[in-house]
Design a protein around this ligand. Structure first.
Ligand code: SME
Length: 162
């Protein structure tokens, strides 16, 4: 069972995300703002980053964009690797409660214990994803998933206009 985040905190952060969305002039600014906000305000979100699909790359490649947290060796991830590759290739949110038990997991930090990766849809297709790592087991409950999916939806809409 995932540990539940405080619903009031989640709602407060969601409103902050709306404010960022209203103020950001570009998708890039919105992505940067979201990584900073989620990392700062959600205590278990220890690494927060966006990967975007490299335009025209064959085979497709996820490239690290804005992120907050420790530096990672995984700046480019093909779709057949990692939790990141799994989320992008399936177009589905992936929540891993214990990364040690998931053979797909690509280690970024020895402190990471759980992870959520949410695809960002742009004009109906996966254009990237929002990846969050936690130093806590099972950090991502349903309300976290809803919050992260909400952020990914806003970014996808922004990228459609870019
Ligand atoms: N753990 C990810 C790799 C990216 S890092 O978490 C920043 C994965 O398994 O795809």
């Amino acid at each position: 069972m995932a540990a539940t985040s405080n619903p009031r905190k989640v709602e407060e952060v969601r409103k902050e995300v709306d404010r960022l969305n209203a103020e950001a002039r570009t998708a890039d600014q919105l992505m940067e703002g979201i990584t900073i906000l989620l990392n700062k305000e959600m205590l278990k979100y220890n690494w927060v980053g966006f990967y975007l699909l490299e335009p025209g790359a064959d085979p497709p490649m996820l490239v690290l964009g804005h992120y907050q947290g420790a530096m990672t060796a995984h700046t480019r991830i093909p779709l057949n690797l990692g939790i990141c590759g799994a989320a992008a290739s399936s177009g589905k949110t992936v929540v891993v409660d214990d990364v040690k038990l998931d053979r797909r997991y690509l280690a970024c930090s020895i402190e990471t214990k759980s992870e959520i990766v949410v695809p960002v849809f742009v004009n109906g297709e996966v254009g990237g994803e929002l990846d969050i790592d936690s130093h806590f087991l099972a950090a991502f409950a349903d309300e976290d998933r809803e919050l992260v999916e909400y952020c990914a939806r806003l970014v996808g809409k922004r990228l459609e206009r870019a």
